[in-house]
Design a protein around this ligand. Structure first.
Ligand code: MG
Length: 303
């Protein structure tokens, strides 16, 4: 079997064991995305966007099955600090929260009276603030949602206060903002731009913002440019390294910007998520399949 790790900087050698194996946990999706790990349930929930369903992998039994279908063409998922599922839906063009009693609460669906495009991915800050991206992939065609004309005319990164419903543009200079993740101390926010899908020579990079106490963003310089396909979703480990999806697998960056190494996968990766009781199992949503690999680092507590 081909080795799954590719070392590009010597520091990567101790991050992924040479014998680490890529486990295929489930296959049969059309486009697997949006993994979110629930520590209390030892379960991973993820989305299969074109099939309009969400799936759930049970770590204790190794079984996977449908969690919700139809699922509003759900894409990105996150677990908030109360342990609730928060979801970006292409179909409803909204962000929802699944309450403990199973009911859905709509957190955001319009900005200044106009419908959002198709929320893609989100992250929840320790104080409950939600940051989500709103590219137009879910309304471009009927494949990953419902084809529609954009109402806002731009693709922004938004900041949402779920207590008041206040929605503001956190950054308005993206082409197609996509995956995002906080540094462990939440002072940095990394956001991918996959604008190359729509603009020739458009962005295929991750930007890095500084996050102020009040939630405002500054900076936003390009942190890394993808050399294989596009960056989509990403997560950080507890030492601040960036583990991001790419066309040929998972790429790992040091916070100094160095590409440390790769975990090669047989399929294009859309998103990743740390899980397991020790947060040392990296779940990988890759096109038709869910994979996982044990790594020698632990995911940041900012799930
Ligand atoms: Mg995405």
């Amino acid at each position: 079997m081909e080795p799954v790790r590719e070392i590009m900087d010597g520091r990567f050698a101790r991050l992924v064991n040479p014998h680490a194996r890529l486990d295929l946990l489930y296959t049969g999706c059309r486009w697997a995305e949006g993994p979110a790990y629930f520590p209390a349930h030892r379960a991973l929930v993820w989305s299969d966007i074109p099939n309009d369903r969400m799936l759930r992998y049970d770590e204790a039994t190794g079984q996977a099955g449908i969690f919700r279908a139809p699922a509003g063409y759900a894409n990105g998922n996150a677990v908030d600090r109360e342990g609730r599922l928060v979801t970006c839906e292409h179909g409803g063009r909204r962000v929802t929260r699944t309450e403990h009693d199973g009911t859905l609460t709509v957190l955001a669906e319009r900005f200044e009276g106009r419908r959002l495009n198709s929320p893609n991915d989100l992250v929840v800050r320790a104080d409950g603030t939600i940051y989500f991206t709103d590219p137009a992939y879910g309304i471009d065609s009927d494949y990953e949602g419902h084809k529609a004309e954009p109402e806002i005319g731009a693709c922004h990164l938004y900041r949402l206060d779920p207590r008041t419903g206040a929605l503001t543009i956190a950054a308005g200079d993206f082409v197609r903002p996509n995956g995002l993740a906080f540094s462990p101390d939440e002072t940095l926010l990394y956001v991918a731009d996959t604008g190359a899908t729509h603009v020739e020579d458009g962005p295929r990079h991750i930007r890095r913002f500084r996050v102020a106490e009040d939630g405002g963003l500054s900076g936003g310089e390009v942190f890394a440019v993808c050399a294989a396909g596009l960056f989509d979703g990403l997560r950080l480990d507890e030492e601040g390294r960036i583990w991001t999806s790419a066309g040929d697998g998972v790429h790992c960056y040091d916070p100094d910007g160095t590409l440390l190494g790769k975990i090669h996968t047989p399929e294009t990766v859309a998103n990743v998520c740390f899980g397991g009781p020790k947060r040392n199992r990296l779940y990988i949503c890759a096109t038709t399949s869910l994979y996982a690999i044990y790594v020698s680092v632990n995911g940041a507590r900012t799930l």
